[in-house]
Design a protein around this ligand. Structure first.
Ligand code: SF4
Length: 739
């Protein structure tokens, strides 16, 4: 905090846009935790340029100590209630239970479950704590639910996973965007300015989403596929490119490998077959392919224009053209991007679906050159950085593989332990949670609320309740913390300094603006206190020192932060951050990747031949519809934070079930009726919102709430075999009025 001006430039506590904000003390003071702060947009920060959404603008309510945990809580026996305790009591109790359970059942009986909102310092320290102090392989995090499928697909195709390999601002300068499974208008509204600018610059936007969201409303062409069929839809678009000689053969030959296998695979996905599987009219499949190739000014424009799509929405395909110039040899000079998010990633074949979209970008030559490329739109605030530095079951800092002997040697040296003492890979999140109460006896949760956010949440709640010991670090008494034996009240966001990596791979310093409330400590202090009691004193707890060690541990890795420091991030263009990789103090960072070569050993992007796997849980007579889930504008993730902000809660106070008028008529539901949505796992009940913005065979529920409206009571634990991503988006359900 700049005491004279009482302004701190920092970043939002929520999503991966990490909007820059200025926190002003309304009293001119900066201590005591109860000081009211006001959040304003930070005009000079180059990502949001002063804009904040409703969540960011009201985030200072999170700092109100009245809404916070400020004292450790302890359950002295399994049947007892949580009661207040001193920090020493809580840390002693937790260390003793972990020690006893590891002695009785082995080190592998202890696990850690982290979060994608944690700073690098916390995520890195959790990984180090697991491998060095607990010596358990079992650490994973809720980022597994966020974009692990896109991460796996990017690694297969490009050898590197960095959400967007270019600055978000580049979006405004590309000719055509294919946006798949993202509702940016609700999830990160300030990002929408770049998409609006792109269209004002003459570009076109294609949106793929089963719902006609506020984002889809802005599209030149909206495709509404059956949830879970994205890989087939992407194959259909590529089929059209090949059939109409719109692939960029020169780019494919010069910059890629593996196209012939993909060509053979997509031969069977002609548009009429795609229509039968995906529910997207064949003319729209053709129109989308031509528009993406920049060739719809050569006879493709208007194909499907004005046609009614699967949900009765007019799509306007082909309304504009001229975004690119087809040179007659199958090569277009137009630029384009494919951007994916959770809609396409949270499927049983999520990684394959993303690779199918990447194949399309590569075949069109829209990668590896300016204003072209594939990017994944990260969800959580540090979803990107959280997986780069050791919080993921199979990774060590620097995006290194834990199975790689050279990586183990390097990181073990930094940690001052023998390489052979480091455990191997652990279990991905869904498996880790499922093992609680059986193989896993003790679990430490930090920055996550899986009782609300995990798939098949009733099952997960039962597994957590079956643990011999559960400890939770959180800011509030979340639904998961309420099950714990020990709850540590920890610092958050503006009460501490820490670093984050936003959706563009931009590493940021999130500055402390205010002192934490009395009684609250950092997660780093919790780990330090436990490490000391478990025989490993000296665990780093100062954020700048932790970051300096992280930078050394990442040196030479894919996500190389070794040229970064707090001082450098603080000074970088007044806090605009630096993009990784940044391998030396004098290195300028890497805003744009892949312009010269991709991150694979031969520098070529890899096509990945993928098929379309059925959704595994196809609708049946008992469960004839599909449930898809997502977020709303005024809430965030499990709602542990936003449900405690008054204005957000009044804007969106509870769950709802969105359904099409045809479906509502078929099941006898009227607007506002309590609707029960039931799958093979369980059911959720919420009021009906009836409109024609969704496919008639699909219902939608937001997933931010606990209790009767908990959407994840219905969702599936089935995971994508490549990435471990749960298939949140494709549960077969029945829908009925709650009597
Ligand atoms: Fe915060 Fe995301 Fe809203 Fe920006 S878009 S203010 S980062 S929640």
């Amino acid at each position: 905090m700049d005491a004279s001006a009482a302004v701190t430039r920092t970043h939002c506590p929520y999503c991966a846009l990490q909007c820059g904000m200025e926190l002003r003390s309304e009293t001119g003071s900066n201590s005591g935790g109860a000081v009211p702060l006001r959040a304003d947009g930070w005009d000079a920060f180059p990502v949001n340029k002063g804009a904040l959404c409703q969540k960011g603008a009201t985030a200072t309510e999170l700092l109100n100590p009245a809404a916070r945990l400020t004292t450790p809580l302890l359950r002295r026996s399994r049947d007892a209630e949580l009661e207040t305790a001193t920090w020493d009591e809580a840390l002693d109790f937790a260390a003793s239970r972990i020690c006893d359970l590891a002695a009785a059942h082995g080190r592998d009986a202890v696990g850690i479950f982290g979060g994608g909102g944690l700073t690098h310092e916390k995520a890195y320290s959790l990984g180090k704590f697991a491998r060095v102090v607990l010596q358990t392989p079992h650490i994973d995090y809720n980022g597994r639910f966020c974009m692990s499928a896109a991460a796996a697909a990017s690694q297969r195709a490009f050898g590197v996973d960095r959400g967007l390999p270019f600055p978000l601002a580049d979006v405004a300068h590309t000719d055509v965007i294919l946006l798949v499974g993202s509702n940016l208008a609700d999830t990160m509204p300030p990002a929408l300015r770049y998409f609006t600018a792109q269209r004002e610059n003459g570009g076109r936007l294609i949106v793929v989403d089963p719902r006609r969201t506020r984002t889809a409303e802005q599209a030149d062409l909206h495709l509404q596929p059956v949830p879970g069929t994205d890989a087939a839809l992407a194959a259909g678009l590529l089929h059209v490119l090949i059939a109409e000689h719109l692939v960029d053969e020169e780019f494919i030959a010069a910059r890629t490998s593996g196209f012939e296998e993909v060509r053979a695979e997509v031969l069977r996905w002609w548009p009429e077959r795609v229509e039968a599987v995906c529910g997207v009219p064949a003319p729209d499949v053709r129109a989308a392919a031509r528009m993406f190739a920049g060739a719809d000014n050569e006879g493709g424009a208007g194909n499907g224009a004005g046609a009614k799509n699967g949900a009765g929405a007019k799509n306007g395909a082909g309304a504009r053209n001229g975004a690119g110039v087809h040179n007659g040899a199958g090569i277009t000079a137009s630029t384009g991007m494919v951007l994916t998010a959770r809609g396409t990633e949270q499927q049983a074949d999520g990684a394959d679906a993303v690779n199918a979209w990447i194949n399309l970008a590569l075949a069109a030559g829209k990668a590896g050159r300016p204003y072209c490329g594939y990017g994944a739109i990260t969800g959580q605030g540090n979803g990107q950085g959280g997986r780069e530095h050791g919080q993921k079951a199979d990774q060590l800092p620097g995006y290194r593989k834990i199975t790689d002997p050279a990586a183990r040697d390097h990181v073990a040296k930094v940690w001052g332990v023998p390489a052979d003492s480091l455990p191997g890979p652990g279990r991905p999140a869904v498996e880790l949670l499922a093992a609680c109460g059986s193989d896993i006896k003790a679990l430490l949760v930090a920055g996550s609320n899986p009782v609300v956010s995990a798939p098949d949440a009733s099952f997960v709640s039962a597994r957590l309740a079956a643990l011999d010991f559960l400890a939770v670090c959180d800011v509030v008494l979340s639904e998961t913390a309420a099950l714990a034996d020990v709850v540590f009240p920890v610092t958050q966001w503006a009460e501490e300094s820490g670093t984050m990596t936003n959706l563009e791979g931009r590493v940021l310093l999130r500055r402390q603006a205010i002192a934490p409330p009395d009684g609250v400590r950092s997660d780093l202090d919790v780990l330090g206190g436990l490490a000391e009691r478990l025989g490993r004193p000296g665990f780093l707890t100062s954020p700048p020192e932790v970051f300096a060690e992280l930078a050394r541990a990442s040196a030479g890795g894919v996500a190389d932060y070794s040229g970064l420091s707090y001082e450098r991030l603080d000074a970088s263009s007044e806090g605009a951050g630096l993009h990784w990789p940044c391998p030396a103090p004098e290195h300028p960072g890497t805003p744009r990747m892949f312009l010269e070569a991709f991150g694979t050993p031969d520098g070529r992007a890899r096509f990945v031949a993928v098929g379309h796997e059925p959704a595994v849980e196809e609708p049946s007579a008992d469960f004839p519809y599909r449930l898809t889930t997502g977020r709303v504008l005024a809430q965030y993730q499990s709602g542990a934070q936003t449900r405690r902000v008054r204005s957000l809660n009044s804007a969106e106070p509870g769950a709802f079930v969105q359904l099409h008028p045809d479906l509502a008529a078929a099941v006898g539901v009227s607007e506002g009726d309590a609707v029960r949505v039931t799958s093979r796992r369980g059911s959720a009940v919420a009021p009906a919102r009836i409109n024609d913005l969704i496919r008639p065979d699909t219902v939608f529920m937001p997933f931010h709430w606990a209790g009767a409206g908990r959407a994840n009571s219905v969702t599936r634990r089935t995971t994508d075999p490549v990435s471990g991503m749960p298939a949140f988006k494709t549960a077969a359900v029945r829908v009925e009025v709650e009597r």
